[in-house]
Design a protein around this ligand. Structure first.
Ligand code: ATP
Ligand code: MG
Length: 398
């Protein structure tokens, strides 16, 4: 598989023609490389009549680094299978997979080019009326139906086996839970934030809580996670939402996925305070972001509780009290993992445009500082906050 890279455009076009079934025979096709991500190669193949497909190919290394950072090509099989799992429960919320090709290490999938990258949409202060409901439903349906609440015990363990994803998990284990809490060479720190970073490296109570969250990430095979559910993996428009790029999928704690969504909304919330525009515009958009946080959680938790009641197979788990306790635990995890996402996007290797696009370093440092202290407080108090309304009051008051 290591030499499966397409040699030229003609090979990409032939592959798309043979494996998508969407192009009429004899159609004239073109190709462009469109990947703005870091890890893989992404191509769009299109015909004169506007029909198009996407080909995503994983080589045995990280695209922007090269052979110096090897990475298992099994990630593309995992991505294809995760997209298919998600499509079983939310077919409207993921791109359709036309074909997965192990020899080429490539997926041929639906082109969702009409949708906009959510991170760009949030920075531009777009209001997306369906976003909260769609992401809440995506999280509830994909996570419930791959958990022990729903799956037969044998099927669950078989699936856990199919989604063992050590290379990609290791990236998260390091970038989320190790690097930001020490003076690591991979970190990327605004010099104006250096004192705060040094203080955080000495913060033993915080490091204890992060150790607890990391250990759950390592050991808690609760449900099949998307694993990389940040704003850049979500594409949205007024009519719909699509979630892409589940190459980090593995069985982990539900709150990690839910917390990734929440953390990214709060990163934008903090960025808005320093982004261009009038105070009124920015404040109104921050209100919309917090309404979206509440709408997202309420959809997720409401739908998850309904699914638990209607479809939990094991009678020893299908109890009203257990449903309540279970969702309270997920909320605490969600708040904690959201906090780790916020901290790692401020001190760690991979930053986000919600903060990076604040041009003035002083103003960017103010936003980053707010993210750091809010992220820390959320990690520390995740078990006490208790409800989404209390979290929103907590964020507003911070
Ligand atoms: N199905 C699709 N339809 C349209 N555009 C797509 C599709 N899949 C990917 N893209 C485009 O290619 C970009 C990179 O895709 P993706 O995030 O899957 O790649 P990646 O290499 O895994 O990136 P990352 O480094 O973020 O993990 C997306 O941001 C999007 O612009
Ligand atoms: Mg990716």
């Amino acid at each position: 598989m290591t030499d499966c890279k397409f040699a030229n455009d003609a090979e990409v076009i032939a592959f798309a023609r043979d494996h998508s079934g969407v192009f009429p025979a004899g159609a004239h096709l073109g190709v462009e490389e469109i990947g703005d991500g870091n890890i893989n190669f992404v191509y769009r193949v299109f015909s004169d009549d506007g029909t198009s497909v996407i080909i995503k190919q994983a080589l045995h290394y990280i695209r922007i680094i090269g052979e110096g950072w090897p990475l298992s090509q099994d990630r593309i099989r995992i991505e294809a299978e995760a997209l298919q799992q998600e499509a079983a429960y939310c077919p409207d919320l993921v791109p359709r997979v036309y074909h997965f090709d192990a020899a080429r290490s490539a997926i041929v999938m639906e082109d969702i080019g009409a949708y906009e990258n959510l991170r760009h949409a949030l920075i531009a202060r777009a209001r997306l009326p369906l976003l909260a409901e769609h992401l809440g439903r995506f999280a509830a349906d994909t996570l419930f139906h791959t958990s022990d609440l729903y799956l037969d015990a044998h099927r669950k363990k078989e699936l856990v086996g199919r989604f063992i994803n050590p290379d990609l998990c290791k990236i998260t284990e390091d970038l989320f839970f190790l690097d930001p809490y020490c003076d690591h060479e991979r970190n990327n720190i605004n010099p104006l934030l250096w004192d705060e970073a040094e203080a955080l490296w000495q913060d033993e109570p915080l490091k204890l809580e992060v150790a607890r969250l990391k250990y759950r990430f390592l050991t808690c095979a609760e449900a099949l996670l998307h694993g990389d559910l940040h704003s850049g993996s979500v594409f949205a428009c007024a009519e719909g939402t699509k979630v892409i790029d589940p190459e980090f999928a593995y069985f982990g704690p539900i709150g990690f996925d839910v917390g990734s969504v929440l953390g990214n909304l709060l990163l934008n919330y903090a960025g808005q305070a320093q982004l261009p525009g009038t105070e009124a515009e920015r404040g109104a958009y921050q209100d919309w972001l917090l309404e979206t946080v509440a709408g997202f959680w309420n959809t997720f938790a409401g739908r998850f509780a309904e699914l638990m009641e209607a479809k939990t197979q094991d009678p020893s788990l299908n109890l009203a009290l257990y449903r309540e306790a279970y969702l309270a635990d997920i909320l605490a995890d969600t708040i904690g993992y959201a906090g780790t996402e916020m901290i790692r996007r401020t001190l760690g290797l991979a930053h986000v445009a919600d903060l990076e696009s604040i041009e003035d370093p002083q103003r960017r440092a103010q936003a980053e500082s707010r993210v750091l202290s809010l992220g820390r407080a959320m990690i520390m108090q995740r078990g006490e906050i208790g409800s989404i309304d209390a979290l929103i009051a907590f964020v507003r008051g911070h």
